[in-house]
Ligand binder design. Sequence first.
Ligand code: BEZ
Length: 270
Amino acid sequence: MSDATASVDTSRGDWNARDYARDARFVADLAASLVDVLDPKAGERILDLGCGDGVLSQAITERGAEVLGMDASADMVAAARERGVNAVVADGHDLGSSATIAGTFDAIFSNAALHWMKRDPQAVVDGAYQRLVPGARFVGEFGGAGNVAPVQSALRAEAEVRGHDPDALDPWYFPTNDEYRQRLVRAGFVVDQLSSFERPTPLPGDMSAWLSTLAGPFVNAFTDGAPRRDYIAAVRARLVDDLQDEQGRWVVPYVRLRFVAHRPGDTPSA
Ligand code: BEZ
């Protein structure tokens, strides 16, 4: 099989929770303050949309809220359950209609997940609106315009050199502030806060580990073994001058879009 015809999985379901914990624990650690923004109250029912391995769901539960985690990855949901989080496998695009998610919520929380829901971002926002009681809030952080831009460009360029269509592989939705604000308003939300900020992020290991673990839809397009290793090495080589410092540490230019919105209506009683 040529590289260009190797199987391609662009879904968010293809995760390995152990690799993620090793190579990307910082994603939850750096967003711990988003739980303060959510300000969960005892007794509230809160949905963690794209809960991953449940680290932040657990932090919300520790504040006394009742949390349901949802994630498209069965491996991530299993890891969340191992932490004691009540979690289900479901795709964020189906949030409004999913039978595995019961009822409505006092808040929806989402960290580092919405950028994986590229197929129909408006359906995700509309679904969140439908799942909230009047007055309830939607609090999120994910990749905004320019997020990991040099890495994304290198992944796309090396895929194209090897005969792949980069648009078909690229799984990420990194909107501008204006675009995402418009989506929230179109769904019916009142936007209380929305802004983007740069978060240059040192990696715990080598860029190749980040690429293997976090850029699955690109790297899985290449047959296991030499083709995949060569692709990762070529992407890394494109990045080394700009993203690796003199001590050998890799720093990736993350950009976060953070927002707080609410569904209009009476605020539910605490
Ligand atoms: C992010 O959290 O911004 C991210 C994670 C994996 C790939 C790309 C971006």
